[in-house]
Design a protein around this ligand. Structure first.
Ligand code: FAD
Length: 550
């Protein structure tokens, strides 16, 4: 009989335990979890704090008893694994609520210890009003503080997924929330311009957003906490939530002499096997290859953790299944907006020195004549030579998830932007358009790859030379009401054919409109008339996303 011991009983560990039982009725499966709960919904924690998920119990997906009943898995909560003896193939287990430390032998060991919040060495940080959020007890502490202190203000440090979700949750509970972010943008998986609408949304909801700002010291004051910021300013607050990122829990693995990878996560092969053939590791604690480049990365995401747990169970029980790398597909809700991405961002492509081109589109989430549509701003990154999709990012109120999901599958399939033109996606007016956002992005990008349209970007327009002219083909009222790029001359697209003589033939014409569509029509017209033209991808809307400062 094979004995499988699992360290960590949440996303990766619980997935592995359930799968192992489905594959074998004879394996002995013991899952050790140092916390009080197994298989809880970490991703749901902010939504119980906000009040969206009213019942705390809804977060408890399984209990030790339900696991035992359904899967015959022995679950020991409150049991921490403190040591691995690889030679003896045992783990040392310390019950945290009393009882003797004991050793437990294993045939196969699975590590799914997750990642813990990064808590920087900031003077005075450890106060009863300072919190991180990883577990149910962390959530309970925050909720208890809301009752005890009745705070009217809170500060969240870190504008990643958890930070943003906490900003919204605390705002929803009626607090005035400040958000400190050291970088020039929140949501660093997306490029800065794609985060701009998120900044706008935060500010529109009264969030005190402070970019380029870190926390340097904390002191306890009469009203709560006094924060010293990297800007030199002081900020009074009553609750402080630290959400500056997570770090893989590798202490056990390191102490056992298992190899770590270059990013600091536990090194595993395609079968999720560590440097010890009898020890597997999954989830937030490991590093895995990035989908396109194969370069190692750490992705603290529930989807990969669940898939890896299932797959590790297969391999522990003798199957040969390979993990198919990680794309980093992710989404976050920020008030009424969703922001999502898959694959490589532009900044990552630049850091890797890879050739890429990008296009922006801003179509309606569904037929604009049907009520309730709103724009989806989508950025598509692709190989300029063969059109292969390298990454995508989207932000909007509606339909962001399905576009990024489609593009995530497109990437897995190794498809190109030309393939996007042909995708047949669901359509009826309440759901989409006969030419879906993804089709449109594909058509725009295919025009570029095929050489049917030359495009330029905001940076090119910002660096315009004396040999170039900027032409805005919107209607004058749009320029007046929405704004215009300084220096642009204005000829509406519908008058262009009649007014060609107003344009110089010795200059390259950079064309812009609101979102890029009329600019494309104008470019076709001008090219046929013998002008040298480039269309600014995404039009004035993209210009605003790039140039608006917070
Ligand atoms: P975990 O689920 O963290 O489980 C690890 C468990 O191991 C912990 O319970 C820990 O107590 C236990 N453990 C560690 N060491 C030991 C030891 N020595 N002995 C015994 N037990 C041990 N991901 C998304 O994709 N989408 C989201 O919306 C999302 N939202 C999130 C919101 C929050 C607030 C948090 C905290 C995370 C969120 N995540 C989200 C991330 C996702 O939850 C993780 O990627 C996933 O849970 C990782 O699974 P894991 O098994 O590696 O680690």
């Amino acid at each position: 009989m094979t004995r499988i011991v699992i360290v960590g009983g949440v996303a990766g560990g619980a997935s592995a335990a359930a799968r192992a039982r489905r594959l074998s009725e004879t394996a002995e499966i013991i899952m050790l979890e140092r916390g009080e709960f197994v298989s809880f919904a970490n991703c749901g924690l902010p939504y119980h704090i906000s009040g969206d998920i009213t019942q705390r119990e809804a977060l408890l997906l399984q209990t030790p008893e339900s696991f035992r009943r359904r899967f015959n898995v022995e679950v020991r909560t409150g049991h921490e694994v403190t040591r691995i003896d690889r030679a003896a193939k045992t783990v040392t287990v310390t019950p945290l609520v009393g009882g003797e430390t004991y050793t437990l032998s294993y045939d196969r060991l699975l590590l799914s210890p997750g990642a813990g919040p990064v808590v920087p060495a900031i003077t005075g940080l450890q106060t009863p009003r300072t919190f991180t959020l990883r577990s149910i007890p962390d959530m309970d502490r925050i909720l208890a503080a809301m009752v005890a202190y009745k705070p009217k203000t809170a500060t969240v440090v870190g504008g990643g997924f958890i930070g943003l979700e906490m900003v919204e949750a605390l705002h929803q509970r009626g607090l005035k929330v400040s958000l400190l972010e050291l970088a020039d943008q929140v949501m660093t998986p997306v490029d800065a311009e794609m985060a701009m609408p998120v900044h706008q949304e935060l500010v529109a909801h009264g969030v005190d957003l402070r970019l380029h700002t870190g926390l340097t010291a904390v002191t306890t004051s009469a009203k709560g906490l006094s924060l010293t910021l990297s800007s030199g300013q002081m900020l009074e607050t009553e609750l402080l939530v630290m959400a500056i990122g997570v770090r893989p829990e590798t202490q056990l693995a390191v102490a056992a002499g298992l190899t770590l990878g270059s990013k600091g996560g536990i090194l595993v092969d395609e079968q999720m096997r560590t440097s010890d053939p009898d020890i597997f590791a999954v989830g937030d604690a490991v590093e895995t290859p990035e989908w396109l480049t194969g370069k190692p990365g750490i992705w603290p995401l529930a989807g990969p953790a669940n898939r890896q747990g299932r797959l590790a169970a297969d391999n522990m029980l003798g199957r040969q299944v390979s993990y198919q790398r990680t794309q980093g597909t992710a989404i976050c809700k920020v008030f009424s907006l969703a922001v999502a991405s898959t694959g490589l961002s532009e900044k990552r492509l630049q850091a890797l020195g890879l050739a890429y081109e990008k296009v922006y589109v801003h179509p309606a989430s569904h037929a604009s004549y049907y009520p309730g549509s709103s724009p989806v701003s989508l950025k598509l990154l692709f190989d300029p030579h063969n059109g292969r999709v390298l990454g995508a990012q989207a932000v909007g109120k509606d339909g962001v998830d399905k576009r990024i999901d489609v593009l995530s599958v497109v990437m897995r399939a190794g498809m190109t932007v030309m393939d996007l033109e042909n995708l047949e996606l669901t359509y009826a007016p309440p759901f989409g358009a006969a030419r879906d956002v993804v089709n449109q992005a594909g058509m725009v990008a295919s025009n570029v790859v095929r050489g049917d349209e030359a495009i330029c970007h905001v940076a090119d327009v910002q660096a315009i030379t004396a040999d170039q002219l900027l032409l805005d083909v919107r209607n004058p009222a749009e320029l007046k009401n929405i704004g215009a790029i300084p220096g642009a001359i204005n000829i509406p697209v519908d008058e262009l054919r009649q007014r060609l003589q107003e344009l110089p033939r010795d200059k390259e014409i950079l064309v812009t409109c609101q979102v890029g569509l009329r600019g494309h029509v104008a470019c076709c017209m001008l090219r046929h008339a013998g002008f040298r033209v480039r269309n600014m991808s995404g039009g004035f809307k993209t210009w605003q996303m790039v140039t608006t400062q917070f």
